[in-house]
Design a protein around this ligand. Structure first.
Ligand code: AMP
Ligand code: ZN
Length: 112
């Protein structure tokens, strides 16, 4: 499949692998929106959160567990933001489920 994040997961496109387990992989965002901006992806292809179902609960749980591990590893004791953009209205540009972890700057809510 011609999917950028599948190629990153397989190692075909090299990235700095910040965290990795059986199910998920974390690497730096190429266009960071904060001093720390990490992407966390399932190694298995899912087009978006909207393309998952109840059988994916262990994977989706592990995404959040790993997000917290990455936040600790990156020194985000002061807090961080997690974002999952889904589909066109959600602003998703890469059609492989991913979770953004942003930190080391204060982020307003609601986002501007
Ligand atoms: P989204 O808009 O939620 O789909 O986020 C896609 C993210 O992937 C953006 O923040 C991009 O900067 C990031 N991105 C695109 N290509 C790469 C790449 N080769 N390596 C790391 N991050 C990437
Ligand atoms: Zn993929």
């Amino acid at each position: 499949m011609d999917c950028l994040f599948c190629k990153i997961a397989s190692g075909a496109i090299p990235v700095t692998r910040l965290y990795e387990d059986e199910l998920v992989l974390a690497f730096p965002d190429i266009n960071p929106q904060a001093p720390v901006h990490v992407l966390l992806i399932p190694k298995q292809h899912h087009t978006s959160l909207a393309h998952t179902s109840a059988t994916d609960a262990p994977l989706l749980g592990q995404l959040l567990v790993a997000a917290n591990l990455v936040a600790q590893q990156q020194g985000l004791e002061n807090g961080f933001r997690t974002v999952i953009n889904t589909g066109d209205d959600g602003g998703q540009t890469v059609p492989h489920l991913h979770l953004h972890i942003l930190g080391k700057r204060h982020m307003a809510w609601p986002p501007g």
